[in-house]
Structures are given as structure tokens and as C-alpha cells.
Design a protein around this ligand. Sequence first.
Ligand code: NAD
Length: 488
Amino acid sequence: MIEQAPDRLLLTDGRLNGAKTTFASLNPATGAVVGHAPDAGPAEAEAAIAAARRAFDTTTWATDRDLRARCLDQLHRTLVEHREELRALTIAEVGAPHQLTAGAQLEEPIGVVRWYADLLPTYEFSRDLGVTEARGARHRRWVEKEAAGVVAAIIPYNYPTQIALAKITPALAAGCTVVLKGAPDTPLVTLALGELIAEHTDIPPGVVNVLSSSGAAVGELMTTHPDVDVVTFTGSTPTGRRIMAAASGTVKRVFLELGGKSAMVVLDDADFQAASMMAAFMSCSHAGQGCAICTRLLVPRAHHDEIVDLVAQGLAHIPVGDPADPAVYMGPLISERQRDKVDAMVRRAVADGAKLVCGGERMPGPGFYYRPTLLAGVDPDSEIAQEEVFGPVLSVIPYDDRPDDAGAVRIANNSAYGLSGAVFSASEERAVNVARRIRSGTFSINGGNYFAPDSPFGGYKQSGIGREYGVEGLEEFLETKTFGVVAQ
Ligand code: NAD
């Protein structure tokens, strides 16, 4: 358990250094200072981008696949060796429960590095297109995939290591160089990643640069800078819109993983108990601070009250408390600011006519805890059903049966977002038929898990552009060049 972490450093051109000023990072479970991060400004960002540009343009990184495979292998081993240090920092700074560090917060992302390290030697970077005839001659053609260039990677606070590794690992595998910026609320764990890279791997200077900054100026510079070729961003949809606009001036390739308002559909033949437990526990995973959580529970109107009771029973059994305690399932929200936002949205939902079944209040004591909250009878057009909350709040929305489950599908699709979804039914065929008609990038059927290093992850509509993880995740960082030569 970390009381006070050592102050961390930026990584620029292979060197660890500070900035003129620092800013504090808080432990969300206590409100105490965990440590301090350098507050990089435009000068540090310029230096990091210049280093990444130089490493891309003047070293063999982009073309030496063996070097990259060896470095990814080293990075994987380093992360495994320093796993406990990263776990303690993730618990202290992110407020992520110990249980979650065994999965998506830490151990699974380390597995993603292994997966890309293993993919690299087998991935086909070129493809033969055969011979074509044109203008009276024969032409042999082929396609080569090459690194897209300098990548600006900007990440949010909620799963900092998972999201950082989901970006930098395929970018490095592709042969790109990277400037990674951590989130203002969780800079230390991202800087720790940079320090491990600098001190324990042969990744050449300038290939990975890591920044922390308390404001938006560094991110704005990274998304407008002419020396950056690709922006990969995970965060809120409003910030994603700004980044897309900012990157348009230099026509950068933009990859966006944004917000979600995913629906879990319970069909009338489903196991209500199983679906309700899944909905309750999922809505409180990392205190609701997950983009792919199903925060809308769509239930047949005739079974609304029965399912609401089951979900409320599930929420009452969620162990909330100190994230360092391995028995705890739900920890705090990241900040008082986030807790105020969540509380205000719940209050407006009740004013809009939703029934508050449980929760709806801050928890007493230190830290930024909010009670697991259930809202029933929610209007599908209301703010709470349309906007992302990013807190432990589940909205139950009744739907009316229509032929072919069309009522549920219509409400599920009544969203600007399209990140994920879930469906429960006694009939897998009926469930898949519903899943196919809902516009989202991932889907869970009867509790099935789709999340793994080889599974593309990303959103439809305003949940984003592109896919992370899997082969698709690598190809986000590759350019395609087509060759033609007159055949003999
Ligand atoms: P945020 O949008 O407030 O910030 C994300 C990052 O963008 C931070 O590093 C921030 O400093 C930076 N930033 C802010 N303004 C910028 C600008 N103008 N230019 C460049 N960078 C800028 O998001 P957050 O509150 O940290 O994270 C929560 C959000 O992230 C939620 O909306 C959540 O759904 C989303 N998220 C999405 C996924 C996904 O895979 N789709 C995963 C995790 C989180």
C-alpha cells in the first residue's frame, strides 16, 4: 500500500527530466497527495515531439522489425517484473480496486504487450497483387505496410495503464514513434511506465516520450503540431470532437475511443436473476468509470418491478471500500469534481421523473465515494438515459414488446453513442438477432466476454473511430503503399 509515491519524471529523448513546476496527484480513496508530477508546458511538448520525429526519420526503428520485437519482449518482461509496484500505484492513484488490477487495470494490459510481441514476427507486412495488363505492358504490383509516423497518444484517467499500452504497444510494433501524455488526474502511473521503458528496455531514445501536464495546452499542441502524423485519443466525446477539429488543420490520421451509453437488453425469456446480477455488478465496476459499461438496463415493461428488485438486491451486496482491500469490489470516484457531476446528474434525473430506488448520495468519510445508485422507470429520452454519467449509476428503462423485439432494439439504438452492449435471452439465436441490430462495436451475449488482446475494441457513432487491440489495432498505425513495376 502506497502512502506517498516518489515524485516522477518526464521521458524525453531517452532522458528522464523534470519541468519548472509540478502538480499534485491525489489518492481518491483518501484525498491525500500520492505524489507530484512535472507540469510540462509547450517547451517540453515541443522537445518530445522533436525527439519522436528525429527517432522516426533518422533511425532504423521504423524498418528494423527484429529490434522492435526484441524491445516489445523486453517491455513485457519489465512490466511483469515491476507488476507489484505498478499495482500499488494504480490502487493509490487511480482508486482502482485490487481485484481490478488482476484484470483490466493491469494484468490484462501486460498480456496485450505479449500478444503484440508475438504477432510482430508473423504479421504480413506485404501482399502480392499479381500482374495486370495496362497500356500494352504487363505490370507486377504489390502492397507494403509501413509505419505511419509520429504518434501523439492522449489518454484519460480511468484505465491509464490499459489505455496507454493499448496505444503504444501496437504503435511500436508498427514502427511508429510516440509521444504519450497521461491524464491530469492520474499522471504518476503513466510516468512510471516511461521510467520503466527508459531504465529497463533497449527502446532507443526518442522512440517513446512521456509527458504529464495539468492543463489542456500540451494536448492541444500535440494535436495541431505539423510533425505529428497520427493522433490516438481515448477520452470523452466532447474532447474527441475538439481533437478531431484541431487535427484537421494538418489532416492527421485521427483515432478516437470516446464515451458510451451502452444498453443491456433483458428479453422476456431471460434468466432475470443472472441478468440483474450482471447489470448490478457491471454498473459498479471501477465505480462506473468505464466507457463500455452498460449503464442502461432495458427490461420488458411487464417485468420492470421484478427486475428492479433483483438489481437492488445485487447492489446491496457490492463490497464498497478501500481499493487496497482485496475483498473490495468498488472504490471511489476519481475526484470531488467527478462526484459533484455524478450527484448533479442523479438529482436532475429524479427531477425528470426517474424513481430513485437506492443510492443517490455521497458516502460519508474521506475520499470521493458515491453510493451504488439505481434509477427506475427512466424516460429513454431524458438526460440520464442519453448522457454519460461515469459514476455507479444504473438506469432501468422499460420497453414494450413488439414483434421481433423491435421495441428494445429501438430504445437501445436511441443514443448518440455505440460502444458496447449486452443481451440476455434463453435463446442464443434470438439474442444474437437482437445484438446484430444494435449499432455498437462490441456485444456480450448472456454474459459472454468479448474483451481480449486479439479482440478489436471500439465504437460506432459518437463513441469513436477505429479499433484498438487485435490485428485491427496494429493496422491503425500502418500506412499502405502500393508498388507497380513493369514486368519482364
Ligand atoms: P477527458 O476527455 O476529459 O480527457 C482525456 C484526455 O484528453 C486527458 O489526458 C486530457 O488532458 C486531454 N485533453 C483535454 N482537452 C484536450 C484538448 N483540447 N486537446 C488535447 N487533449 C485534451 O476524459 P477523462 O475525463 O479523462 O476520461 C473519461 C472519458 O473517457 C469518458 O468519456 C469515457 O467514456 C472515456 N473513455 C473511453 C474509452 C473507450 O475506449 N471508448 C475508454 C476509457 C475512457
